[in-house]
Design a protein around this ligand. Structure first.
Ligand code: SAM
Ligand code: SF4
Length: 471
């Protein structure tokens, strides 16, 4: 079979990243291997997100750029998948005539078949049917040449919450959970190939399995926690309304569950939360944060905020600022509200003007920048466990001249860079997948810099096939 090259541009969230990995794996039997540039590709797939208007604009501007490649090489196949494909369907082909294939969020399993048809018949295809196909990837396990330390695993798709600003229920469909044994099989396979951390993905992991009558999410966490050689478990996203006492207590019970939770609040104003259909209040949310911190005092908490939701007044915005101050987040993703097709808030009349949206966005970003830096500074001279994820030859931010740097994450999801040479004895034996003790020496806005702890450096493990010696 002729070896062909596939380039995937993922524009979107972790779910899109996971889908892209699955797409790459499912195209393997057709002879497609990943290319590092669209210039080298026989097939370009743009895997898209429609959450915010900006993401959609990004997709069309990228298609404009790859259209030039197609002029040079008319045999190049260009496909658009994901949420924008689901939302726009055949309209994409009108707006971007270079596109050969549009496949929706439920057609990923059919992709090899669709591409095969295009290769043979050179026709243009659109497949945006919405069928509950959560099992479509169960049979697709990654080929053995992947060895990333940290991997995503989707445990459920779609969403039934219908927050009024959100397009997800319309482009990803109704909530649907995968069976626990399929999830465990996939994680075990990833671990055999070098993964040491998994992030379980779903729009609201708290409702995992409820519709299907499957055991609860915490039960799934218990099972994942028993997988040998897996060192860390993360999950995202948890909806505050459904964050149960049982899940909160898992942070105190499961040794592999990382001390970090992403708990999107969106707004601190009760009236805006109501209009968003979020089903919790400012004080309910703070109550859950208290409970989390009681069980797990060092837990890092991050969140999503939407500024300028229709009808948001200065008073509403102040309530959001006051909630942000009360929680003291480790990090925030802040978005300006944008209308999304089908989402009810698009029809709300009292839109906030762009100037106020910009100003509110900046105020929150500035506030959070200070808090994040303060929190990072508090870690200086503390020793913490880091899972090493990658090596880069680039010089780092530390004081010594170095050959390169290792990068990993703390359990609280903070990025830590470490020198790969220099005067630190403790660097000996570090490799991708090592779980090591690191003393933090410097704090920056988005990362930390540290040295493997001088004495008692504990190198717990390395992925199979890589040599690793304890210092
Ligand atoms: N399911 C998750 C939850 O409920 O928190 C989040 C899913 S959504 C993919 C990621 C984030 O995008 C949301 O938390 C929200 O902050 C943001 N978002 C969604 N729709 C938006 C819109 N119309 N305008 C601006 N931001 C939006
Ligand atoms: Fe969208 Fe709300 Fe579902 Fe999250 S919970 S995906 S914000 S509808």
């Amino acid at each position: 079979m002729r070896r062909k090259k596939l380039y995937i541009n993922t524009i979107g969230c972790q779910m899109n990243v996971y889908d892209s990995e699955k797409i790459a794996d499912s195209m393997h039997p057709l002879g497609y291997r990943l290319a590092d540039s669209p210039r080298k590709a026989d097939l370009i797939i743009v895997n898209t997100c429609a959450i915010r208007e900006k993401a959609v604009q990004k997709v069309f501007s990228y298609l404009g750029r790859v259209a030039a490649l197609k002029k040079e090489r008319p045999g190049l196949i260009i496909a658009v998948g994901g949420c924008v494909a689901q939302q726009e369907g055949a309209h994409i082909m009108k707006r971007a005539p270079c596109v050969d294939l549009v496949f929706g969020t439920h057609a990923i399993g059919c992709l090899p078949f669709l591409v095969d048809r295009i290769e043979k018949k050179r026709n243009r295809l659109v497949d945006i049917k919405m069928e509950p196909l959560i099992e479509e990837f169960d049979g697709v396990l990654p080929p053995r040449d992947k060895s990333e330390v940290s991997r995503f695993v989707t445990i459920m798709q779609g969403c039934d919450n219908f927050c009024t600003y959100c397009v997800v229920p319309y482009v990803r469909g109704r909530e649907c959970s995968r069976k626990p044994d399929k999830i465990i099989d996939e994680i075990s396979h990833l671990v055999q190939n070098g993964a040491r951390e998994v992030t379980l993905l779903g729009q609201n992991v708290n409702s995992y399995g409820k519709k299907e009558g499957l055991p609860e999410f915490t039960n799934l966490l218990d099972k994942v926690n028993t997988i040998n050689e897996l060192k860390r478990i993360r999950f995202t996203t948890s909806h505050p309304k459904d964050l149960s006492g049982d899940l909160i207590s898992a942070f105190g019970r499961l040794e592999k569950l990382c001390h970090h939770i992403h708990l999107p609040v969106q707004s601190g104003s009760d009236s805006i939360l109501k209009r968003m259909n979020r089903n919790y209040t400012h004080s309910h949310y703070l109550d859950k944060i208290d409970k989390l911190r009681k069980i797990c005092p060092d837990i890092a908490i991050t969140s999503d905020i939407i500024v300028g939701f229709p009808g948001e007044t200065e008073k509403d915005f102040k309530d959001t600022v006051s909630l942000i101050k009360a929680v003291g987040y480790d990090g925030l993703f802040v978005f300006k509200y944008s209308d999304r097709p089908n989402a009810p808030a698009a029809r709300f009349s009292d839109k906030v003007n762009g100037v106020d949206q910009d100003s509110r966005l900046q105020q929150i970003l500035q506030l959070q920048e200070t808090v994040t830096l303060e929190k990072n500074r508090m870690l200086v001279e503390q020793t913490t466990e880091v899972l090493v994820e990658s090596f880069s030859r680039k010089p780092g931010k530390g004081p010594e001249p170095i050959m390169g740097q290792w990068t990993g994450r703390t359990s609280t999801n903070k990025i830590v860079h470490m020198p790969a040479s220099g005067d630190s004895e403790g660097n000996r034996g570090i490799c991708k997948g090592s779980l090591i003790q690191v003393t933090i020496k410097k704090a920056f806005g988005h990362s930390l810099w540290g040295l493997p702890a001088e004495s008692g450096t504990r190198i717990v493990c390395g992925p199979k096939g890589e040599s690793c010696h304890a210092a």
